[in-house]
Design a protein around this ligand. Structure first.
Ligand SMILES: [Zn+2]
Length: 344
């Protein structure tokens, strides 16, 4: 193990030396540490580059709206670690905030997008963990069986579905309102959704809205944090972990949200407060299966899906699966359990 680690480290140091001439003297091999755990050794197989951006003369708290030399240096260091692109303009805008959040997440710091002393101390240290390489998009429809995401089968923070499209590019506004113009979905699922809504229109059921499609791990995390903060504000004296437990009743744990697949949509009626009682909901639950969608979190299956019923949340699986699930009243977990051959 140690030999492999040393070989990789040596190769990386050679690359560093080539990329930054004159800095080779700073690249020191770490001394052998007998008794280091396998985990420690594994974590050191990806040695971090030594910082070339020197910390500012004074560490001050930096956050959205901050500007000046300290922010510029912060941005340069975030760039060096692969968290930020573009020019270091010295203005702490939304890109810088997102980069700080990504850095905090990767470095197990509390994720708030504020560069306080703890965040900066880690950022300018040699222990700062750089951003991972860009994720390889996953063809979420390639498998023979629908992909399963739930609390027991989460995806990682780098999960990215292939073939995501901007829904507003595909959806006729007279057919469906896309509540948030930046909403993305996997092309095949978006096309199936359009076919579904056209089918509804042919039956005289119109006025639809999509309020959610693809959601990244980071977006789910910020959604959860928002909910936690709302609970904390409403309930004086609550601990953060108690507020988190409460938030998790309605917001999925990052990684466990089916929206990460880009195959799920939250469908409702603009302005309607109770979708479940609308004719659109009745039509959706009767017909979505014919278009390859399932009602993913149905009534009476919470103990299996792990989620309270969500009348508005549909998931694309393809008609070869959805029709069987409808006919046999199976949720996705039950369906896979019954039909998918067990892995060896
Ligand atoms: Zn949903």
């Amino acid at each position: 193990m140690k030999r492999i680690f040393c070989a990789i480290l040596a190769a990386c140091l050679m690359l560093t030396a080539q990329a930054a001439p004159g800095r080779a003297e700073e690249a020191e091999m770490p001394s052998e540490e007998p008794g280091a755990s396998a985990e420690e050794a594994a974590s050191r197989e990806n040695p971090e580059p030594a910082p070339t951006v020197a910390p500012p003369d004074r560490i001050i708290l930096l956050k959205s709206g901050s500007s000046g030399e300290e922010v510029r240096i912060l941005q340069l260091r975030l760039q060096e670690l692969g968290y930020l692109e573009g020019t270091a303009d010295g203005i702490y805008g939304s890109d810088t905030k997102e980069a700080v959040k990504a850095f905090q997440r990767r470095n197990s710091l509390s994720v708030d997008g504020i560069a306080g002393p703890q965040t900066q101390k880690r950022l300018y240290s040699e222990d700062a963990i750089p951003a991972p390489p860009p994720p390889e998009p996953v063809d979420v429809l390639a498998g023979e069986w629908p992909m399963l995401i739930n609390l027991d089968h989460p995806v990682g923070d780098q999960f990215l579905p292939a073939d995501l499209v901007l829904m507003t590019d595909f959806c006729d506004p007279s057919l469906v309102k896309i509540k948030y113009p930046s909403t993305l979905g996997v092309r095949t699922a978006v096309e199936a959704l359009i076919a579904l809504l056209e089918g509804a229109k042919a039956d005289g059921i119109t006025k639809w809205q999509v309020s959610a499609g693809y959601r990244s791990y980071a977006e789910q995390e910020s959604l959860l944090n928002k909910s936690i903060n709302t609970h904390l504000k409403k309930n004086e004296g609550w601990s953060r972990s108690r507020a988190r437990r409460a938030a998790l009743q309605t917001v999925a744990e990052p990684g466990a949200s089916e929206h990460h697949l880009g195959l799920s949509f939250d469908v409702n009626v603009p302005g309607a407060s109770n979708f479940k009682s609308t004719k659109q909901c009745r039509w959706l639950h009767a017909h979505c299966w014919e278009y390859g969608f399932i009602v993913r979190y149905p009534e009476g299956k919470k103990s299996i899906t792990g989620f309270s019923p969500e009348a508005w949340h549909i998931r694309y699986v393809g008609t070869e699966h959805s029709l069987i699930m409808r006919d046999e009243d199976l949720c996705l977990e039950e369906y896979l359990e019954k039909y998918q051959p067990a892995e060896d």
